[in-house]
Design a protein around this ligand. Structure first.
Ligand SMILES: [Cu+2]
Length: 756
């Protein structure tokens, strides 16, 4: 296989603190077999230093059958956890920092979630079956892969274009696959096809998936998991967790000597993604993107140039579980369409719906040069531009939400311009250093707003608050400077240390600065974290500034047959954007909160290791382990930070023999009792889950199967937010408070992939 792309365009393989690289596309190797991804092996010998960890690709391949949520493929990365959201949109958190605090790039594009609940984060546009590589900088991300973020970086790429080897014939290749998961009746199908000769590559990949609501474990029935007495959903069914989505990518690439010219078109049509921890459901998301790239090779190094454009149209309203709430034994009328007005009938109450629209337009350009100054020194310089426009508006419906259109963010503007330089130096055979500097200017603005009503009387003080917002100067310019210092030292063949320190800055997003209404109904529509509260923005928010120190201690066999890594870290964030109370705040209920700059600190440690156990007649046996601990505090209020994953560990027994790759996983999570008081975050109990995974590969076919949550253990998601998936969600406290989102009960999955 010829990949022009993978390791070459990613220059930091020699040094990068706590990098995990996952390569999970079942790429078709030259012989036409479904082998392990080539780039993992290529990466392994290019990653001699300790902090670079490469996940076992087979494990992750198996996982891609078990999920439609690409972020969940990262579950085994040390230091990473997932904040629950919709079924295909969970938000990765690295060392306690999530969402916009991380830099997440998809094929080099910095995509922005266009939704007041961030329902469409970057990884939701990538189907697991179309992932080429996923790279995680869990420690300190170099300035060349960071920017406008204070935590780690995730770099997701679709498969790199392949070309026929010199003198060889053109080829057509592809793969088709299907999967099924029992718990939520999730069905998926994927297809990819490539035609290529020596200089030209045309590729298509598409995937579709659909799932019903999932169910919690059996014994949840006795505790009324979903907390709505009389509701006709079975008591173990977790409301508002169904989804359906399809993603398509069309690629064209030309290999011109050592240069690569690439065009990728992406399209997503997501008709439905319901949300168990938001008050609204995604009822349509359409994304279109164009991405052009030129990768040029020169005597002095290489130049990577990219321009991209993306449009998103995002619609929310009530999905089926919110639209009606029932008396005993009632059923929803078949004819009731979402969005139409209706009135109470008998026991049944019917919500009139609330249409919400978010539209955005993103244009970006990046240029990055890697210059080989000498055999020991590499310099990377680059520049990035991004222009983002957002309209967020809610057309009239009933219940006080009329007669006009509510402008939540009106012509929001967020523009970034950045330059960076970094110098990587092999000072001695055992010492490698990297220093980087980045300057970024973020300019933001928004136009005047109005509520549903512009004449008195109007609910929620909307007229006065709109007037106050409109009277303010709304333009903001932030000048952000990032600095990173990294060093790696190889003590001997069995022990390496990497050390890093960084200053990183993130400007607020448009929802944090420009949402303006304290009326509980609109405020509760603006919620980026899934805790059920309402949020109000502040134009004068300052950018978050994080100072981090981190190290990785890496003990290993000379050939890495076994290894043990520990990464402790400490981050202090000034002007951390947290929430503070507003008048009327009370415990044990949902509240309207105000975004505010606070001081925060996070620290913790990740420990990971693996070792071979035995190689006998039954196959090769091994053990892998992972432990994560994070503690986060607001230093101003002494409150705990929201959505910090409690102490957790995972032990995996692995087995390989012939085409077989199998695993038994034990996932252990501690009680969550360090919770955010201001957000009335919910405690969750500890739990242990067991998963079984199996896989067999033949020459052209691979099957994956397994059981997740084998013992059907009932548990609540520690970072899944608050359950708001049913009922009268328009009233801030019209739904019961204090229920965490239940985790999925036992699920059996199976999938097949066939190469042609
Ligand atoms: Cu949304």
């Amino acid at each position: 296989m010829h990949t022009h792309n993978a390791p070459k365009t990613f220059p930091l393989s020699r040094l990068s603190l706590a990098v995990a690289l996952i390569s999970l596309t079942p790429v078709v190797a030259a012989e036409g077999t479904l082998l392990d991804p080539i780039s993992v092996e290529a990466q392994a010998d290019k990653a001699p230093l300790s902090g670079t960890s490469t996940l076992d690709a087979k494990t992750v391949q198996q996982r891609s059958t078990a999920t439609d949520d690409t972020a969940s493929l990262l579950r085994d990365v040390p230091g990473l956890s997932l904040n629950g959201a919709g079924g295909v949109s969970s938000l990765p958190a690295i060392h306690g920092l999530a969402d916009d605090r991380l830099r997440i790039k998809l094929d080099g594009m910095d995509l922005i979630a266009t939704c007041p609940n961030h329902m469409n984060p970057p990884l939701s546009y990538l189907d697991p079956s179309n992932v080429g590589t996923l790279q995680v900088f869990a420690g300190i991300a170099p300035v060349s892969v960071g920017g406008d973020s204070i935590g780690g970086t995730i770099i997701a790429e679709t498969p790199a274009p392949e070309f026929a080897a010199s003198g060889e014939q053109s080829f057509v290749r592809g793969e088709v696959g299907a999967s099924y998961r029992s718990n939520n009746d999730a069905r998926g199908a994927n297809l990819s096809a490539t035609f290529a000769n020596e200089i030209f590559n045309l590729s298509y990949s598409g995937a579709w998936s659909k799932a019903d609501n999932y169910t919690a474990a059996d014994d949840f029935k006795t505790t009324t998991a979903t907390g709505r007495p009389g509701h006709t959903l079975p008591l173990d069914e977790v409301g508002s967790t169904a989804y359906e989505t399809q993603n398509h990518t069309l690629g064209l690439a030309f290999k011109l000597g050592e240069d690569l010219l690439e065009a990728k078109l992406g399209y997503q049509d997501m008709p439905e993604q319901l949300y168990p921890n938001q008050r609204m459901d995604l009822l349509d998301n359409t994304q279109k993107r164009v991405n052009l790239r030129w990768l040029g090779a020169f005597d002095w190094g290489e130049l990577d140039t990219r321009v991209y454009h993306e449009t998103v149209e995002h619609h929310m309203n009530f999905g089926p579980d919110r639209r009606f709430w029932y008396g005993p034994n009632s059923q929803p009328p078949a004819a009731a369409a979402v969005g139409t007005a209706c009135s109470p009938i008998g026991f049944m109450t019917c919500a009139s719906g609330m249409p919400m629209v978010s539209e955005s337009d993103t244009t970006g350009a990046t240029m990055k040069a890697e210059v080989n100054i000498s055999t020991e020194d590499v310099v990377r310089v680059g520049t990035e531009f991004q222009r983002y426009r957002l309209d967020d508006y809610w057309t009239p419906s009933g219940g006080g939400m009329w007669p006009g259109t509510f402008l939540n963010v009106n012509d929001g503007k967020r523009d970034r311009a950045a330059v960076f330089a970094e110098w990587e130096s092999q000072i001695s055979p055992s010492l490698l250093t990297l220093i980087g500097l980045r300057y970024e200017r973020v300019t933001m603005d928004a136009d005047a707003v109005q509520g549903y009503k512009t004449t008195l009387p109007a609910p929620g003080n909307q007229i006065a608050e709109a007037a106050a917002f409109n009277a303010q100067d709304r333009k903001q310019t932030d000048n952000n400077v990032d600095v990173t210092l990294l060093a790696s030292y190889e003590f001997d063949a069995n022990f390496d240390v990497e050390f890093g320190m960084a200053r990183k800055v993130r400007s607020p997003n448009l929802y944090e600065r420009y949402t303006w209404s304290t009326w509980p109904m609109p405020a509760s529509m603006n919620n980026l974290v899934g805790d059920g509260n309402g949020y109000v923005g502040d134009i004068d928010l300052e950018p978050e500034k994080a100072h981090t120190i981190s190290a990785t201690f890496d003990w290993h066999a000379a050939d890495r047959q076994w290894e043990l890594k520990a990464t402790p870290y400490y981050t202090r964030v000034s002007d951390y954007i947290d929430a503070v109370r507003r008048p009327g705040w009370a415990p044990n209920q949902f509240n309207v909160l105000q975004f505010a700059n606070q001081s925060a600190r996070l620290y913790g440690i990740d420990i990971s290791g693996r070792m071979p156990l035995d190689n006998n007649d039954w196959g090769a046996w091994g053990l892998k382990g992972l432990l994560n601990y994070t503690d986060g505090k607001n230093r101003d209020s002494d409150d705990d930070l929201y959505n910090i994953m409690p102490l957790n560990a995972k032990l995996t027994l692995t087995h390989a023999r012939g085409g077989w790759n199998n695993a038994i996983e034990v996932v252990m999570v501690d009680d969550k009792d360090d919770v955010s008081e201001v957000r009335n975050e919910i405690d969750t109990s500890g739990y242990t889950l067991v998963n079984l995974r199996g896989s067999h590969s033949w020459k052209q076919v691979r099957i994956d199967f397994g059981v997740e949550n084998l013992f059907d253990k009932s548990y609540s998601l520690p970072t899944g937010g608050t359950y708001t998936g049913q009922g009268s969600t328009m009233q801030l406290n019209g739904i019961p408070w204090g229920i965490a989102v239940p985790g999925m009960g036992r699920s059996i999955y199976a999938g097949v992939n066939m190469a042609f």
